[in-house]
Design a protein around this ligand. Structure first.
Ligand code: PMP
Length: 284
């Protein structure tokens, strides 16, 4: 059955409601949502939901143009338009449509979506369900090895770093560097020892990381795949990041401390030269 939904200022039939593939909610998980129960056509615990909704928006620094009363009216209108008795209203605000970039542009206009679902919430067999569960390790979200579009934390960090006047950030876990917001992290010691974290679920297995290590091997450099501390990074002779579109990019300052002499290091340059030659040869 066709239902009415709400999308950016209009109530429309569900099949007409379409959102851009460039919406940051789709590309970065850059959005927040609420689900409010509807019982007998009335909203349950509305204050709690709207309160949390604005709290979530504030944390992401998304500015919604809708005030509380407007959101309440939208919920009530949707209940009415769909003749909803029991079920839920789903509401989502995403940061909006922008060029794909980890760096958030302040001028993005948020998208607002609401839809309803009918559920027989008070049905006795539903109320009397007897659930069986298992326990699992808490891994929300520790699988950085999977290249998912759950990129919000990385995007927020890059934007924060930018606001502080630097280009990017490296994540630290238990005192050790994991990787950059969208790149792998490396340090060089004594011009010949390359250190980068080994592949596990703490980091993404960068394709460029792998190629750079291969080039390093060909050049006879020593490779250590292990975690390195923030202090070790700050004291390194060179540091760099790798990613598909950055190739290998020199890092010359970490936490305000100059790396080496503040110029692109000789090993980084050598790796870049060989890497560029290699990829031009092997690209298909
Ligand atoms: N780590 C993260 C978190 C990334 O997002 C990326 C690039 N998307 C990389 C590492 C680098 O991977 P690749 O060299 O395959 O681009």
């Amino acid at each position: 059955m066709i239902k009415t939904v709400y999308l950016n200022g209009k109530f429309v039939p569900d099949f007409e409601a379409q959102i851009s593939i460039f919406d940051r909610g789709f590309l970065f998980g850059d959005s927040v949502y609420e689900v409010t129960t509807v019982l007998g056509g009335k909203l349950v615990a509305w204050e709690g939901h709207v309160e949390r909704f604005y709290r979530s928006l504030k944390r992401l620094k998304i500015t919604s143009s809708c005030d509380r009363q407007t959101l309440l009216n939208l919920h009530r209108q949707l209940v009415q338009l769909n003749q909803l008795k029991d079920g839920l209203i789903y509401m989502q605000v995403s940061r909006g449509v922008a060029q794909r970039d980890f760096l958030i542009n302040e001028k993005v206009e948020p998208s607002l979506v609401l839809f309803s679902q009918e559920i027989d919430l008070l049905e006795p067999s539903r109320l009397n369900r007897r659930l069986k569960i298992i326990t699992v390790p808490e891994t929300r979200w520790e699988h950085r090895d999977i290249k998912t579009t759950q990129l919000l934390a990385a995007s927020l960090m890059k934007t924060e770093a930018n606001a502080l006047g630097v280009d990017d950030a490296w994540f630290v876990e238990d005192g050790y560097i994991t990787e950059g917001t969208s790149s792998n992290a490396f340090i060089v010691v004594n011009s010949k020892k390359i250190i980068t974290r080994k592949i596990d679920r703490a980091i993404l297995a960068g394709v460029t990381r792998f190629s750079i290590l291969e080039v390093a091997m060909q050049l006879g450099l020593e490779i250590q795949e292990r975690a390195f501390s923030v202090e070790e990074a700050e004291l390194a002779d060179e540091a760099f990041i790798t990613s598909a579109t950055n190739f290998i990019a020199s890092v010359v300052e970490i936490n305000g401390k100059k790396i080496g002499n503040g110029r692109i290091g000789s090993t980084t340059l050598l790796l870049r030269e060989r890497y560029l030659t290699e990829i031009k040869k092997t690209a298909i």
